[in-house]
Design a protein around this ligand. Sequence first.
Ligand SMILES: Nc1nc2c(ncn2[C@@H]2O[C@H](COP(=O)(O)OP(=O)(O)OP(=O)(O)O)[C@@H](O)[C@H]2O)c(=O)[nH]1
Length: 490
Amino acid sequence: MTWLRRAVPLRYLTSNRRLQNPPWMTYPAALYSDSTEKKGKVTPLQETRMRDRFTLYARGGEGGSGCSSLRRSRTDRFGKPDGGNGGRGGDVILECTHAVWDFSGLQPHVKGGKAGHGTSKNRIGNRGEDKVLQVPIGTVIHLQEGELPSQIQVGSPKSSDPWDLPGTLVDDPASDENSDVDQDSSVESESEAESVASALHVGTEGETDFEEGQVRYNVAELTEEGQSIIIARGGEGGLGNISATRYLRGTKFAKTSTLRTMEGDYDDDDGNGNSNGQRTSIKCGSLGTESVLILELKSIADVGLVGMPNAGKSTLLGALSRAKPRVGHYAFTTLRPNLGNVNYDDFSVTVADIPGLIKGAHRNRGLGHNFLRHIERTKVLAYVVDLASGLDGCEGVTPWQQLRDLVMELEYHEEGLSDRSSLIVANKIDEDGADERLEELERRVRGVRIFPVCAVLEEGVDELKNGLKMLVNGDGEGSERLKLENISVD
Ligand SMILES: Nc1nc2c(ncn2[C@@H]2O[C@H](COP(=O)(O)OP(=O)(O)OP(=O)(O)O)[C@@H](O)[C@H]2O)c(=O)[nH]1
């Protein structure tokens, strides 16, 4: 090997002097035989893991500094202040959308955009850019550190006023007017927060169950498309010397030169020596608020449709709700859970179409156990079986065997996963021989109600809807469980 080392440029030798592959050399496969790592065939879908819990550090953008500038003219030797205020820092906003399924697209540390500084001619600095993070529907927010989100909105945050001017300070900080304004705005924001809280299913601070010094659980829950919440507010912009002069008028600083103020010689305190802790100088923009959140994707649905590929789950979801999942005559058309809302007069139930499970799913066969986790978070199960499978000498698994395989897959994934209220949807009742199959299924499976359905023609769907409602409410017979010992296969 000595000759080889000499012939190869140094940059291809690592520090421990093991040879790396120079680009022009292709080694025969035999040379690699001692490398024990043999790469298995992994489909890209199996590599994508769902992130349903995420810790997020958010910080609002810094406010821009105010400008101290004097406008002199031939007639005015000393000049007049004309420095504009700094812009307000960008917020960090969570927006709830159907477009994302989990938290895998999020970055753990997010900061709102920094605002621009004020400039002369009383020009205000640019507002910092808001960072809008898209989170999936059903995101629950737990607050680990920092303040409670100060503002909750229903609707796109992009609709917020682009001319959001910086600086909340009014002319005279000592006046009662000022405190009135503050009080009013706080009352307004409180009532606003309360009304939105009810829309968002959030508790007010008193109602949330949290203990001092611990995580504050369920601070908010984003359950509908377009809901958004500010999780870190951008800092206020500093005052330019025009606003600062007005601000200082009537205070103890009135006689101090404005320019000195602008240089930040003293803190922006309330006159009793209590600094507000945010601004070190009225010229400087303040820092944004910070928060550490734990985001969690909660139970995605009340009902989980579980079945083998091609059983007709997506078609059924479309028949039950207004959802339009993709339907295909081939297996694994559904690649991620689809959600739909089944509406009743006074009630609505969320149904999730979980991608098809096959025997060995718990060992990551098919689409793997990635989606089995979603079943964990559904309240009740609807096992969808294909009555026509294996009929007329075609290949396929009998409905009772399908049920057995499904229950076993759930149990292999997590013990007790199948131990929840369930019903069976016997789909494709329109096919030849399906009636006899249904009779046999009823003989072989005990303890759980069976609903014959033709999802394509939407037959039997109303009865199924009633059955699901009972199951979700836990009424009467609605708490049946499908047990392995109640399925006879032989
Ligand atoms: N005859 C008949 N065919 C149906 C019925 N319901 C669904 N199908 C057909 O069955 C095939 C599979 O339907 P899907 O709804 O995609 O099945 P799936 O269970 O969601 O399939 P995966 O996405 O693989 O999990 C499609 O060709 C449907 O048209 C039914 O009630 N009767």
